[in-house]
Design a protein around this ligand. Sequence first.
Ligand code: ZN
Ligand code: ZN
Ligand code: ZN
Length: 370
Amino acid sequence: MQQITAQHFAERIRRGAAQARAAGFDALLIAPGPDLAYFADYLPVATTERITLLVVPVDGEPAMVVPALEHDGAAATRAADAFRLVDWSDGEDEYVPTSALMEPSGRFAVSDALWAMHLLGLQQKLPGARFEAISHALPMLRAVKDADEIDRLAAAGAAADATFDDILGARFAGRAEREVAADLDRLLREHGHSQVDFTIVASGPNGANPHHEVGDRVIAEGDMVVLDFGGLMDGYGSDTTRTVHVGEPTDEEHEVFEIVKRAQQAAFDAVAVGVPCQDIDRAARAVISDAGYGEYFIHRVGHGIGTTTHEPPYLVEGEERPIEAGMCFSLEPGIYLPGRFGVRIEDIVVAADDGAHRLNNTSRELHLVQ
Ligand code: ZN
Ligand code: ZN
Ligand code: ZN
């Protein structure tokens, strides 16, 4: 893995400023959360009522407002040379130094995670300013990953793969979904995850509900079991799904599984730089519809992943923005038969000039478990 430096973050800030300029904004207002982790390598431990805000003007020098007592932490990140720090102390009106960095009648793209309290405080200081949510105004701000980010996503993917390989040795029949989910949580952490965001174990009829997380249902011989799990490792996300079967599957279960597998491959084959995001969804959907199961594929085919486990680009009908080299996203078609069972297969892939590369590489065959 290459050494990441302040230059990486300066480059991200430059790219962000260019996108903001192109969209007619005066500055980005980057708050603690995934945006600040991305631009400033900074996740303040205490995200509190005290404002921390990175102001990235489209012209001019970026600066981060920080509480004085958190100055040292902010100055110690790998991004610290990419912007200057502006301290404020308890007892001061924090919106004075913050608004001083902003154009009084400017137009600002604001991190989704900025506390409403702080946004209201800034609005009061700058009544002529206009604010818009970054996710709506600049959805692709963090969508194209650099080499360091792709390395981290690949490492997180490999850890999720190792987790899947380990869980195959676990007992399924006779245990509650909740117990298998606890195994997944423990294994993800053992393989290096600092945070587990979801451990879906959806057995039998529960598998037909893509939103089912986990419950007390006891897994039985003959069940299809959808396993969808992921979290953050070294600041970057993992998210993979495999569907396993307890004992021998029926012909119908096998057939449905094979259709989903072909749909997932069709999505993979459709990934190319310049292709509209919706075309990836269409490619998978065509396979499932042609096989007669179109009405049972009830969600988009994929979502981006980075400093969060769900973010743009969304691979969904109506999303016409093109795939760019460096975008990382899931491909996760499924078929959900109400009251019976479900199948989903999900890999994270990265788009490159020569097509897609998978960051999840466990077998996509139907695994039979005990
Ligand atoms: Zn079965
Ligand atoms: Zn998933
Ligand atoms: Zn996913």
